[in-house]
Each structure stands twice: as C-alpha cells, then as structure tokens.
Design a protein around this ligand. Sequence first.
Ligand code: HEM
Ligand code: CU
Length: 634
Amino acid sequence: MATVHDATSSSSPSLEEMWGEPQGLGSWLSTVDHKRIGMKYLVTAMVFLVAGGVESLIMRAQLAQPNLHLISPEVYNQLFTMHGVTMMFLFATPVLSGFGNYLVPLMIGARDMAFPRLNAFGYWVFLASGIFLYSAFLTGHVPDAGWFNYVPLSGPRFAPGINIDFYALGLIFVAISTTAGAINFIVTILKMRAPGMSINRIPIFVWGELAMSFSIVFALPTLTVACVLLELERKFGFHFFDAGHGGDPLLWQHLFWIFGHPEVYIIILPALGMVSALIPTFTGRRMVGYIWIVIAEMATALIGFGVWTHHMFTTGLPQVAISFVALSSFFIAIPSGVQIFAWIATLIAGRPRLKTPMLFVLGFLLVFVIGGLSGVMFAAVPFDQQVHDSYFVIAHFHYVMVGGLLFPLFGALYYWLPKMTGRMMGEGLGKWSFWTMFAGFNVCFFPMHVMGILGQPRRTYTYQAGLGWTGPNLISTIGAFLLGLGIALTFWNWVWSRWHGAPAGNDPWGGDTLEWATTSPPPEYNFETIPTVASLEPTWDQPNLRDGAQPPEAGGRPLLGGHLTLSTSLLDGTPRAVVFMPHATLAPVIASLGLLVGFWGVVFGAWLLAGVGATVFAGGMIDWFWPRHQTQET
Ligand code: HEM
Ligand SMILES: [Cu+2]
C-alpha cells in the first residue's frame, strides 16, 4: 500500500513526542489513551463492586437470624435494588469495558481504539451516571422496586416519590456510556486489526468483546425506551403501562427482559473469552476447537434474544408461546456445552500449570456448570412455576453471574495486571484469595438452593423461626462474609504489588497473543512498529515480534509521519488507510459534567438547572467537533 509507506518518513518527530501525554491531574481528566481510560474503568468498576458488596453484606447480616431488625423493610428494599442495579450496570458491564479497553487494541496490534475521544466520553458518562444513581442516597429517595423495577409498583400511583425517577433516568444515563463503548469496540475490532490478522486469527477474548458489543447495540435500546416511557408516565401523565387507562403492565416486563436476558450474555460472553485466553497459556496448548468456540459465542449472543419470556412463565402468557420459549431456553445450553468441552479437551491435551489465574479458571468451570444446570431446570416450565421468586432463583443467577463473571475476572486480574502495572501480584496471597473466595462463594450461595426449595421468597427483609430456614440462612451469611474477605485479599494484593511485586518483564506467563510482545506497561503508542501477524498465536509463532518492535523487513510498520494508526480490511486484514488520531482533550469530561447537571435538573424537576446542564453539554460538544486542520484531527 503506497499510502501507508508514504506516511512513514524518518525525518518526523519520535513516537514519544507524538503519543506522549503529560502526567498530572489535568492529563488525568483529558487523556484519550485507551490504557489509561481502561485502568480508570477498571478501578471505578471495582469501587462499585465494593459498594454493591457492602449492600449485599448488610442484607445478609439482616437475614442471619429470624426476626432481626438491623434495618427496616424499606431500607432492605433499597439495598437489594441498588445491589442489583450496581452489580449489573455499574460493575459487571463497565469492568468488562475496562479490560476490553485496555486489552483489545494491544491484542489486535493497534495504537488505540478507533474513537479515542468517544472512549473518554464513555468513561466519564459511566462515572457521572454512577454518581447520579448514588446521589439518591443523599436525598433519601433511593430506588426500591428491584433491579427490574416492575410496574405498577414503580408507576406514579404506588411510587409517587422520586426514588424510581433516579432508577429510570440513571439507567438512561448509563446506557449512553455503554452504547458509546460498544460502538467503539465494534469499529475497532472490525477495522483496526494489525495487517495479517484475518477474521480467523482474532483472539477469542476479542470475539467475546465483539459479541458483547453487538448484543449491547441491539438490546440496550429497549431498556432505554422502557425507561423513557416510564418517565413519560411518571412525570407527564401518560398511560403506557397503566391498565386502568388502556395501558399494559406486561409491556414493561417484555421491554425489560428483551434487554435483560441478553444482558446476562453481555456480561458472560467476554468473561468466557477471558477463560479462553487463559487456558492456552496455562496449558501450553493451542485452544482446541477455536472455530467452534467462536461460533458458540456468536450463537449464544443470537439465541439470547429469543428467550426473554422465560422470565415471564408465571404471567399467564399463552401456552404455545411459553412452549417455544422453553425449548429455545434449553437450546441455549448447547453452545455453552460446546465451549466447556473445548476447554476440557485443551486441559486434557495440555499440561496445566496451577498458577493463581488458572485456579480461578478451574473454580469458574465447576461453579458455572452448577449455575448452568439450575438454569436448565428453570427452562422446565412446571419447575419454574414452583420456585419462581424464591431463593432458588437467587442461588441460580449468582452461580452464573459470580461464577461466570467474578471468577474469570479475578483470574484475569492476576493474569493481566502485571502487563498493566509491570509488577507481578503475590502468588501465595493470590492462592489464599482464591480458596477463600471459592469456599465463601459456595457456602454463601449453595444453601440458597435449599432455602428456595423450602419456599423462602426473595426480596423479603425477614422471616419467621421454625420454617427450617434459619440454619441455611446463617450458613449463607457466614459464607458471604468469607467471600468478601477473599475479594479483599486480592485488592490488598493489587495494592501490595504496586510497590513490592516482582518486575513482570514483557511476558511473564508465556502468553500467545500480541499484548505479550510489548513492554509491561506498554508505551503510549503500544508497539514501536505495527506488527504484521501470521498466525492465531503470534507471540508463540513469530519470534520477530519481541519487544513490540517487529523489524520492517518482517513487516513491522513504524508509522512515524504523525499521530497515526492503521486501518485494515474487515475479513483478511489488509492495510487500507492510515488514520489520524485525536489528541488529549477536555471536551468529553465537560460534556459528561453537563449531562450530570442536566439529569439532576430533570430528576428534581428543576428545569433551569437542566437547561444549564444542556448548555454545558453543548459547549463540550462544540469544542469536540471544532475542526482542527493543522493536526488533521477529525
Ligand atoms: C459479592 C457477593 C454477592 C453477594 C453476597 C450477593 C448477595 C445478594 C443478596 C443477599 C441478594 C438479595 C436477595 C433478596 O432478598 O432478594 C442479591 C440480589 C441480587 N444480586 Fe447479588 N450478591 C453478590 C454478588 C452479585 C453479583 C456479582 C451480581 C451481578 C453481576 C449480583 C446481582 C444480583 C442481582 C441482579 C440481584 C437481584 C436484585 C433484585 O432482587 O432486584 N450479585 N444478591
Ligand atoms: Cu433469561
């Protein structure tokens, strides 16, 4: 490609000069570097994990014994609602965006995400929407109708306060961030891969982020629409969900779960991708059935859109419809099974090394299978009708969400933090953390199956003695605190490693993907030369990639002619164009601040304040889109 080589003249400024960002507070606010944004996502999401975790521990303390009164029923309602909302929207999705942000450009050999300013905007909107939701605690009007917020309970008649407005507006707010991030991932993964990284050489973790992003783009709008309709009903007297005026409360349930079920896969698919990234490294064996895993990930994302009604088996829908949904819910176990068999085959074919990240993977496998089995049980309609809204449900989805997300995620932390910080985490402490988490998790959530079968309903702040529920509840509470301790040990390890961890070097684990070819932490520009890739495991097969500086004879492209990265074709990754990347800017943070002020204005009905917010937002946007011809930023 002539255009590509023309842009790489040697008399231009160095990569450091072109890509370097100043340090300090101002730069922390204005950075567009995917690695710094990714780290901000990661840390902020972990803060929300702690918030959601504290909420759950208060609930478990309240349920440790019958007839306790540590908190009032009203506060209990607020806690399970904020716990669910926090874990799903402020922890699970953003933490995966954080890992993806940091890792996807490195794994595909790019210098940044496709839209660095949109990336910064995504982070700041995420933070602002989290602040918005949690500011509800300051007003005393905390959302309290559960994370799926069913009408009519959440409608104007039964929830006249502004509690539910924080929920509906907060979810509209955070959806802006999630959507921006998803679009960025899609374009980055499809258009910015290193030359030679054809579609059959994309790392599975990157496929996971792609599946997540497509699901977000198709699923999230229904939630946003549902919340907009609810706000119109609550603030302006519309009647979408109000049966008394020709509305339909089931409309909310449909809209919510058309989003809500795919949301489960939005969270699980990249986490499964992490598992597929760790297993080859720790078995020294190429992944068995790469193509099948990729097809399974994509099939799960697709089938995930056809099963939402299994959350509504008890609403009296027509039997025929329910039968179809039950069947497709059974089907969805198949692609998960395919992946599990591929992992087990790789484990058997290779030589597993039981380092901490691998322990988390094995723990995940066990827990995820149990969660999958109870999930298949729900797909049997009569069983579902028995345990609907009981603790059996809580047990099931924590086995899936904590097993399917938290364990892979903590394995991924031990695996990739050394790349991000340049320091290893402590192995001994890591193993302690794993075993404490694994024991705590099972002690906490396994008894909930029993509680559910014995009939204990979810979302109730206390229970009577003598129903057989006391023992399992006490055990479950002890397990919850143990799980919390295990999580805390890893956080401590993270902090400890910043100062005391052994230097990681470029490739401490012998990984197979491109991020291990460059330094730890990687330089601002990621790779000195944009590599040309010739296999699915480039770091194993191409010794010339070492130090992120593939020599030009081997295909490395320095791209020195400006703040540039490469865009390639979608299927076979042939170079198509050089892309000018934007520099650090305050526009995203200003625009997000405007949105925060604006949303506060709307929730309080302070329309002047909303106007001020909108103006600040517009100011940020004008700065963002102002043409800058000298640097060719677009
Ligand atoms: C870290 C340890 C965790 C503990 C101890 C825990 C505990 C609990 C408890 C006690 C409840 C409320 C049960 C009830 O009264 O209905 C609950 C609900 C819930 N949890 Fe967790 N949880 C944890 C992690 C997570 C994670 C990681 C996620 C998601 C990624 C999650 C998602 C939810 C959701 C969606 C609900 C339902 C809220 C509702 O009923 O509206 N939890 N959890
Ligand atoms: Cu579902």
